[in-house]
Design a protein around this ligand. Structure first.
Ligand SMILES: *Cc1c(COP(=O)(O)O)cnc(C)c1O
Length: 407
């Protein structure tokens, strides 16, 4: 579907409001939600050309939808990508990327600090189909270089990572991948195009879970890949057509509208996260705070350079404890004492969400995989929202101020 005609050179703030497919004959100002699985064809010849991919036009809901196209065009504009393809979830975007780019015998190189389900999908599920993988330290460029093999087709990193907010150097990894004849993909869930545009730093593919900050209010599941027109049409669209990880139009409409406020939300939530991280760092029950905006963060300078000077809206902190059992009890105590904030494993909501990664998002990992990713039993993750910061502090204080009295 053709996009709405816009003058060239518009700022991302403008593109976030204006990029979409052309409006219908009714001239709706807010983008329409097209709930239809089929499309009436003007004549049989046109239908044949559309199904053959010789002419633009919608044919069937699994292959495309105008509301989904609006989301894809707007996200691509924000990421500075030629094209984008929507998917049912973030994980289905990763599955689409792997199905489109890899075959048995190929090798994928990833950070070992990736999202738990990503490690499971690439390390275990794809291994059943003969795809090899290696997981290396997120921040050790030498380890990435040493792990490259002649059959390495894809490097995949997430930055900052979940939940330890480790930051990798996008440009350096892109160079490494390209020198090896491989592609480089970045999971940009945490920074979003508002804070970080990996393609401008050399990444070939940007992957999103739209479920997180793109929606921004924790309503729907969605995902997307952004890439060159060639990758999207030649590698990813055929997988969508045959495997059907299609983004539902309603969910596309929600994330499309979410993109309009993305930049405002990311900056306000990052400011709240910075304030909360600074406060947590001085709390006596807290051993360590992981937040890229803190000077104590090991990749602080790189993070600010890569993320337009802001640390993002997600932080984690580690409770002081004598051993793993005590650490787990104290973490559960802090979470169970919450009265305002949500005990919820999602992230990217305007409501502040707190979670225990070791027993939830990273619960399916084996103990060695979990420890390699640095997820201890005393770790609490906070996806910082838009509540008043003193109210967040008061709620966390309930458990933090009494945690050290626990056995
Ligand atoms: C949530 C998440 C995913 C997976 O996305 P879903 O929409 O839940 O499938 C992938 N990567 C990161 C960093 C995430 O936070």
């Amino acid at each position: 579907m053709p996009s709405k005609a816009l003058p060239p050179g518009l700022h991302p703030d403008t593109l976030a409001q204006r990029t979409a497919v052309a409006p219908s004959q009714y001239g709706e100002n807010s983008e329409a939600l097209f709930l239809t699985s089929g499309y009436v064809q003007p004549n049989a010849e046109t239908a044949a050309r559309r199904f053959a991919g010789e002419e633009d036009g919608y044919t069937y809901g699994r292959y495309g939808n105008p509301t989904v196209s609006s989301f894809e065009q707007r996200l691509a504009a924000l990421e500075g990508a030629q094209a984008s393809i929507g998917t049912a979830s973030g994980m289905s975007a990763i599955l689409m990327m792997c199905m489109g780019l890899l075959q048995a015998g190929d090798h994928v190189l990833c950070s070992r600090s990736m999202f738990g389900s990503t490690i499971k999908l690439i390390g275990s599920d794809l291994a059943k189909f003969g795809v090899e993988s290696t997981f290396v330290s997120q921040t050790d460029l030498g380890a990435w270089r040493d792990a490259i093999r002649p059959n390495t087709r894809l490097l995949f990193a997430e930055t900052p990572t979940n939940p330890l907010t480790e930051v990798c150097d996008i440009q350096a990894l892109a160079d490494l991948a390209h020198n090896a004849g491989a592609l480089f993909a970045v999971d940009n869930c945490f920074a979003t195009p508002s804070l970080q545009r990996p393609m401008a730093l050399g990444a070939d593919i940007v992957m999103h879970s739209g479920t997180k900050y793109l929606d921004g209010q924790g309503r729907v599941m969605a995902g997307a890949l952004c890439a060159s027109e060639a990758l999207v049409t030649e590698k990813f669209l055929p997988v969508l057509k045959s495997a059907g990880m299609s983004l539902a139009p309603f969910n596309a409409w929600v994330v499309l509208k979410g993109l309009e406020t993305l930049d405002l939300r990311m900056r306000a939530q990052s400011a709240n996260a910075q304030a909360l991280a600074t406060w947590l760092e001085s709390h006596p029950a807290v051993a360590r705070v992981y937040y890229p905006g803190l000077a104590s963060h090991p990749q602080h300078a790189l993070a600010l350079r890569q993320m337009s000077g802001v640390g993002g809206a997600l932080l984690s902190f580690e409770l002081k404890a004598a051993d793993a059992q005590q650490a787990r009890r104290r973490a559960f105590h802090v979470l169970d004492a919450l009265q305002t904030l949500s005990l919820c494993t999602n992230l990217g909501d305007t409501k502040t969400l707190a979670a225990h990664p070791a027993s939830t998002s990273h619960g399916r990992l084996t103990e060695p995989q979990r420890l390699a990713a640095g997820i201890s039993q005393g770790l609490v993750r906070v996806s910082v929202g838009l509540e008043h910061v003193p109210d967040m502090q008061a709620d966390l204080s309930r458990g933090l101020d009494t945690a050290q009295g626990l056995a």
